[in-house]
Design a binder for this molecule. Structure first.
Ligand code: COA
Ligand code: AMP
Length: 635
């Protein structure tokens, strides 16, 4: 049938209250909302303000009570530890209820914050759901972040308890989490009362008396507890994401909006039903992990896969196809970078042919721009629709997609298709005027944003307003630039700020610059994102040394590379650095990052009219050429 997407989109835009009020009926409320939207105090909107519910009840108990307790809820597949484990809805509910009791025995109650610093183990999901069960607010920190980043998050969210594992496992090395946690607590001004440590046999950790507790002992001694209903606007979680500075933004997601939107999106965007197997190959530390490894599939009564491994090397580029075949995955979601890694090792898709993918129906890609080559390769090799879709931590669920649960529209390479019902997207010029079709501008979303989008930044209303709602009154500014074509297809082209995207991970060049600037020999610095065929972008640092520094530039570069790894974490993938005599700037002192990036990417560039000294660009061109980035020269 055709026209269904258009009809549904129009309904959601014309009457958001009616549309989402209808969607909310699919959710189990302790008290059903009578008011659908409170928009009295923009941009602070509240969906379903008088409703009461519990997210864990909607994820687990609800399905058990409906007679689906034996259905598979979660499959843990870990090639790095050679472990496979399956949890039915009943088993997962019981584990969660007991761990919720354990948290409560530590004095954790409604509104308390719990930081979760764990690798991809089922206990990470159990801890998240246990928090939701008792109304505690979780804040998951990705394992690839270093102690300092963990400390910043513990401080900002004022964590009462931290739940961590003794170690994570990266191919070829163990990542001892416990020393990172100890260091983070040392650095943090706010000291959590307790740490709960999951001891993994690959590397056990020393526990600190009076502070650290063993997960298993605590869980074994705990009583199971029930779900605590909370107001719809109660924060389900805070998830930190990169902004333009070293201080990450604590994105707050409300409970009611999250349950309604994720349940709706599982069916309408992904076309996945109860009992279907859905797999998002991401990490619980990212928004994709929150929405589509843990909450979305469980709200929907589907089976979710939690995979502790990589697309390649664990053990080979057939790992994804093995999982899809073994568990009968219907819909799979990952980042284009993973496909580029697979394509590099298995260009002819020979590993794909070794597996039975007959139950596989669609691949969704997100996290970064999907290059048409990757899309084409995936489509040809897999023979299923490959759907690029676009969203952000702040939005919580896809804002642009090909909604296969409504109507599969023709795939246009390079486009995440069209806005999802509920999201009214426009491309605006600097003055906030709508641009004609095909012209690039700031991508913005008209208020009200639909349910499930962020309701604030933790403890920082001012930054919430200033970062997202100040430039274009009445709109949410996405921070992405792009255009909408004459057929309504959206093209997301670049960020408008200093955020870069490395292997699908969102990182702040500003945060890296703060680290570089802290080196005693560095006078000034700039970090830019340069194109990389596998990771999409890589950070590259340029440093100017203080007068009188006579040390070997290579040694200083190695030191700053080590500092970024130490302070931000290995996930920053900061390995490219060079020393330059001066940074190119405008006469008003603004560093010309965009021009430097164009030089590094081999694009044609032009010195801006406001440049202070054109010779600085030649110097930078020379330094980049020495790193292997040939300058195509001035346009
Ligand atoms: N804990 C500790 N360290 C971690 C980590 C974690 N959870 N995740 C990554 N790291 C480390 C890696 O070991 C690596 O360290 P190294 O510099 O010592 O090699 C570094 O951080 C960079 O990791 P990564 O970006 O994963 O690069 P990689 O070269 O190891 O692997 C890919 C490349 C493409 C295979 C990998 O990035 C990948 O699987 N990407 C998919 C990303 C994704 O799904 N994103 C979710 C968005 S939807
Ligand atoms: P994150 O908040 O980590 O999910 O990162 C969100 C950012 O990743 C967006 O603002 C985009 O810049 C980028 N992004 C995510 N998905 C896509 C996509 N499908 N196409 C282009 N860019 C994307």
């Amino acid at each position: 049938m055709s026209g269904e997407y258009d009809a549904e989109y129009r309904r959601a835009s014309a009457d958001p209250r009616g549309y989402w009020g209808e969607a909310a009926k699919a959710v189990d409320w302790q008290r059903a909302p009578q008011t659908m939207l409170d928009d009295a105090n923009p941009p602070f909107l509240r969906w379903f303000p008088d409703g009461e519910l519990n997210a864990c009840h909607n994820a687990l108990d609800r399905h058990v009570e409906a007679g689906h307790g034996e259905r598979l809820a979660l499959i843990y597949d870990s090639p790095v530890t050679d472990t496979k484990q399956r949890f039915s809805y009943r088993e997962l509910r019981d584990r969660v209820a007991r761990f919720a009791g354990a948290l409560r025995s530590l004095g954790v109650g409604t509104g308390d914050r719990v930081v979760i610093y764990m690798p991809m183990v089922p206990e990470a999901a159990i801890a998240m759901l246990a928090c939701a069960r008792i109304g505690a607010i979780h804040s998951v920190v990705f394992g690839g972040f270093a102690a300092n980043e963990l400390a910043v998050r513990i401080d900002d969210v004022q964590a009462k308890v931290v739940v961590a594992a003794s170690c994570g496992i990266e191919p070829g090395r163990l990542v001892p989490y416990k020393p990172l946690l100890d260091r983070a607590i040392e650095l943090a001004r706010h000291k959590p009362e307790r740490c709960v440590i999951l001891q993994r046999e690959q590397q056990r950790a020393e526990l600190i008396a009076d502070r650290d507790l063993d997960w298993r002992e605590l869980e074994a001694a705990a009583a199971m507890v029930g779900c605590v209903p909370v107001p719809s606007g109660h924060p389900l979680y805070v998830l930190y994401t990169s902004g333009t500075t070293g201080q990450p933004k604590g994105v707050v997601r409300d409970t009611g909006g999250c349950v309604v939107s994720l349940l709706w999106s599982m069916r309408k965007v992904y076309g996945v039903g109860p009992g279907d197997v859905f797999w998002a190959a991401s990490d619980v530390g990212w928004v994709v992990g929150h929405s589509y490894i843990v909450y979305g599939p469980l709200f929907n009564g589907s089976t979710s896969i939690l995979y502790e491994g990589k697309p390649v090397g664990t053990p080979d580029p057939g790992a994804y196809w093995r999982i899809i075949a073994e568990y009968g995955v219907k819909v799979f979601f990952t980042a284009p970078t993973a496909f580029r890694a697979i394509k590099k090792e298995d260009p002819n898709g020979e590993h794909i042919e070794r597996h039975d993918l007959s139950r596989f129906e669609a691949l969704f890609l997100a996290g970064e721009r999907c290059d048409p080559d990757t899309l084409d390769w995936a489509q040809r090799r897999l023979g299923v629709p490959v759907i690029d879709h676009w969203w952000q931590t702040e939005l919580g669920w896809p804002a642009c997609a090909n909604c296969r649960g409504i109507e599969l529209l023709p795939v246009v390479p390079g486009s995440p298709t069209k806005p999802v019902p509920g999201f009214v997207l426009e491309a605006l010029d600097d003055q906030g005027r709508p641009l004609p079709a095909g012209q690039i501008g700031a991508l913005v979303l008209r208020q009200p944003l639909p349910p499930g989008t962020f309701i604030g930044l933790w403890g920082n209303d001012e930054r919430f307003v200033k970062s997202y709602f100040a430039s274009f009154p009445g709109y949410y500014e996405t921070g992405d630039a792009g255009y909408i074509d004459a057929h309504g297809y959206v093209f997301v082209m670049a960020r408008t700020d200093d955020v870069i995207n490395v292997a699908g991970h969102r990182l702040s060049t500003g945060a890296m610059e703060e680290v570089l600037a802290a080196h005693p020999d560095v006078a000034e610095c700039a970090v830019i994102g340069v194109a990389d065929p596998m990771k999409g972008q890589l950070p590259l640092g340029m440093v100017v040394l203080k007068d009188g520094v006579r040390r070997e530039p290579r040694a200083i570069c190695d030191e700053v590379v080590g500092m970024v790894r130490e302070r931000i974490g290995p996930v920053a993938a900061f390995k490219l650095c060079t020393v330059v005599a001066r940074l190119p700037k405008t006469r008003s002192g603004k560093v010309l990052r965009g021009t430097m990036r164009a030089i590094a990417d081999g694009e044609a560039w032009k010195p801006p009219a406001t440049i202070d000294d054109p010779a600085t660009l030649e110097e930078v061109g020379g330094a980049l050429a020495a790193l292997g980035f040939p300058d195509r020269g001035e346009a």
